[in-house]
Design a binder for this molecule. Structure first.
Ligand SMILES: NC(=O)c1ccc[n+]([C@@H]2O[C@H](COP(=O)([O-])OP(=O)(O)OC[C@H]3O[C@@H](n4cnc5c(N)ncnc54)[C@H](O)[C@@H]3O)[C@@H](O)[C@H]2O)c1
Length: 254
């Protein structure tokens, strides 16, 4: 408890889903949390306030594909809480993407996935690191995916974007190490977020195949990611950077 007392964390894509779980977990460890999404974050803010008396939360609307919006997100964070220690660029296009062969992906959909899933984290990191450099301390936890190690079919844009997140994590760790900024990534396996639960029957066969591929054969829930997220966000992992932690019940061996 309270491993993040005094720290300030920003989580993007926190209106619902796994991002909301990350935000709650960070608040539970004592961090002051900024929750942002292109959608309204008030339900997540209420859930945190209901769970942790005295928790300090700032809810913002931020489109992570917009450079000025990302800069404003950081400006509002520092104006409210005075610092920024932890960034979790979790927002992505994922849950609502349908499975389709690579030839059938519309160019507009490919571009949208790249804009949110890889340009988005880059813009958030670019906006956040000047403040982290001033503090000579920062923890960036990028969100990759087990799919990049498996080369999962029929989601080419998504899988490629998460491969880019892994590469970006490695490259950034070397650019930011001298400033005390650690950059790691967390790669979840298929996780029963609201969006995944809402997927159609076609997806359910694929979900079962994923469960069967695990050493631990059960569905993965958002809470299964909390231990690794808090480890990567806290001083417990301060001598670790450029790495990727896979949390997927033992489907991928990385
Ligand atoms: N659920 C899984 O099985 C799984 C597995 C591996 C990795 N992931 C990754 O974990 C993260 C969360 O997954 P999820 O299942 O909760 O996804 P989700 O699709 O349910 O949630 C993504 C969130 O991002 C927000 N968002 C989308 N575009 C945005 C934009 N332009 N600006 C700001 N916010 C935007 C959405 O509004 C939504 O709240 C994603 O990065 C996803 O790729 C998920």
């Amino acid at each position: 408890m309270n491993r993040l007392e005094g720290k300030v964390a920003v989580v993007t894509g926190a209106a619902q889903g796994i991002g909301a779980t990350y935000a709650k977990a960070l608040a539970g460890e004592g961090a002051r949390v900024v929750i942002t999404d292109i959608d309204d974050c008030s339900l997540t803010a209420k859930a945190i306030a209901d769970s942790y008396q005295g928790a300090e939360v700032l809810a913002l609307r931020t489109d992570v594909t917009n450079e000025k919006a990302c800069e404003e997100m950081v400006r509002a964070t520092v104006a409210r809480f005075g610092r920024l220690d932890i960034l979790v660029p979790n927002a992505a296009l994922f849950g609502k993407l349908g499975y389709k062969g690579f030839e059938d992906i519309p160019v507009s959909e490919f571009d949208a996935v790249m804009a949110v899933n890889i340009k988005g984290p880059w813009l958030c990191i670019k906006a956040a690191t000047p403040q982290m450099k001033k503090q000579n301390y920062g923890k960036i936890v990028n969100i990759a995916s087990g799919t990049l190690f498996k080369g999962s079919p029929n989601l080419l844009h998504y899988v490629s974007s998460k491969g880019a997140v892994l590469a970006m994590t490695r490259s950034l760790s070397r650019e930011l190490g001298d400033y005390g900024i650690r950059v790691n990534s967390l790669a979840p396996g298929l996780t029963m977020s609201e969006a995944v639960i809402a997927q159609d029957v076609d997806h359910h066969d694929a979900h079962q195949r994923t469960v069967n591929s695990r050493a631990l054969k059960r569905e993965q829930m958002p809470d299964d990611l909390v231990g690794a997220l808090l480890f990567l966000a806290s001083p417990d992992s301060d001598f670790m950077t450029g790495q990727c932690m896979v949390v997927d019940g033992g489907s991928v061996n990385h």
